[in-house]
Design a protein around this ligand. Structure first.
Ligand SMILES: [Zn+2]
Length: 429
């Protein structure tokens, strides 16, 4: 009896090994997240904390000159209350706002040049519901649409699912409150009973909100499912993450030659988070403000990577989201590509081993030396079938569900940044 059990066990193990080997043997095909054979994407979100037009304009003119279009977050109005607690009315300055005509004219000029304008909450201070509603309309009047991205600012009490509320595990939430008391602040953006409630506005008018972050240049490797919706945080349509470029020194370190090369090799996305007002353009000996030389050098090197896709943050996030609705199915040697989006997708690119061949009708498509096959535009709802000329194949798909390990890794990496910034602030002051 015992012997039979052992034999069955061995047979089972052999069957599993054969099954996995057979799976391994099949070549794998995937969709590239980027259009037209691009290898990686890069963009920046720049928060307006302590910003002034003359502190940042050289940086933006430089970015424009090298063809890197990014996302600039603004405050539409001056704060009427403090930031965080104690929550008091008053006259505060956290940085220039769009109430300043020259600043607004500058921001609009960059919008015309192809830069994206996002919101950094309505002002630098706590914004009660009425203020946020009014600010959203002001944003629309100024820029022609509601903000597609809203980035929560520091300790604004209207921040949504903020502080301890971002941590799902109750025990960890207590621990965070003990180690980092700011997580206990009474953030109320998602609470209909709070004077700071505006979750309904966010859900109706804004698509993306920034949350987690990493030191790694490759934001997509850190958060492979972004942009994602979490049913437990229903007012946020989609969350996205960032790579830390907090200050000029941290930014340049993140953008080292090795890291740029790795970003390209990993076919990653970098959404750098920074504050351009914090010394990215400084006065030279003659008193003229010039772009930080190291930042300039790093960005120039990046811009020369012709396989890079340098577009504003929401353009990248829209693409990542659309690619999730591009369904690949393999049936024997037949590959179906279906665009389940309600819109056409341009520059659709498949990734496989270099030299892999497919036929469609009388045409033969061959993956180039980077393993890319550009199949071009897929109309909304279109299904296109290809025959793989070398036998059977397997489709690579990333599940939408985040595993426990990934959750805690993300929380751990974000916590590391909080302590790193506290340390670097102390050094800077
Ligand atoms: Zn801020």
């Amino acid at each position: 009896m015992k012997k039979t059990g052992i034999v069955i066990l061995i047979l089972l193990i052999c069957a599993m090994v054969v099954f996995f080997l057979a799976r391994q043997k099949k070549p794998t095909i995937a969709v590239s997240p980027y259009p037209d054979g691009k290898n990686f994407a890069f963009s920046i979100t720049d928060d307006p904390d302590f910003s002034k037009r003359w502190k940042i304009r050289q940086v933006y003119w430089f970015l424009d000159s090298i063809g890197i279009k990014t996302t600039m977050a603004v405050w539409v109005k001056k704060p009427e209350r403090s930031n965080g607690v104690p929550d008091v009315a008053g006259d505060y300055f956290y940085g220039q706002t769009c109430e300043n005509p020259k600043y607004l004219a500058f921001i609009k000029s960059m919008q015309q040049r192809g830069f994206e304008i996002a919101l950094h909450t309505v002002s630098g201070g706590n914004d009660p519901r009425e203020s946020t509603i009014e600010g959203y309309e002001t944003f629309k009047t100024m820029f022609g649409h509601y903000p597609k991205i809203n980035i929560m600012h520091a300790e604004n009490l209207e921040n949504i699912y903020w502080g301890g509320n971002v941590i799902e595990n109750r025990l960890l939430r207590y621990l965070a409150a003990f180690l980092y008391p700011k997580t206990k602040l009474p953030f109320g953006g998602e609470d209909p009973d709070s004077p700071y409630y505006w979750g309904d506005v966010l859900k109706a008018k804004t698509k993306y909100v920034r949350l987690w972050g990493t030191e790694d240049i490759n934001t997509l490797k850190f958060d492979p499912r972004m942009p994602y919706h979490n049913p437990k945080t229903p007012y946020v349509n989609y969350w996205f993450s960032f790579s830390d470029g907090y200050s000029p020194a941290i930014f340049s370190k993140m953008l080292s030659s090795e890291n740029i090369q790795r970003l390209e090799k990993e076919r990653g996305t970098c959404i750098a988070y920074t504050h351009f007002a914090s010394g990215f353009a400084r006065k030279d000996k003659t008193g003229k403000r010039v772009v930080d030389p190291e930042f300039k050098q790093r960005m120039t090197e990046l811009s020369k990577h012709k396989e890079g896709w340098f577009v504003p943050v929401s353009t990248i996030l829209d693409r990542l989201l659309a690619v999730k609705n591009l369904r690949l199915t393999a049936n024997g040697s037949t590959l179906s590509v279906e665009n389940q989006n309600r819109f056409d997708m341009d520059g659709v690119t498949l990734l496989m081993a270099p030299g892999a061949e497919f036929s469609i009708g009388n045409e033969v498509l061959r993956a180039d030396d980077q393993g890319e096959i550009i199949i071009g535009t897929l109309k909304a709802g279109e299904v296109r079938n290809f025959e793989f000329l070398d036998g059977r194949l397997r489709v690579y798909e990333l599940s939408e569900k985040r595993g426990v390990l990934e959750k805690y890794r993300i929380l751990y990496e974000r916590t590391k940044l909080i302590f790193k910034h506290r340390f670097s602030n102390r050094e800077a002051s």
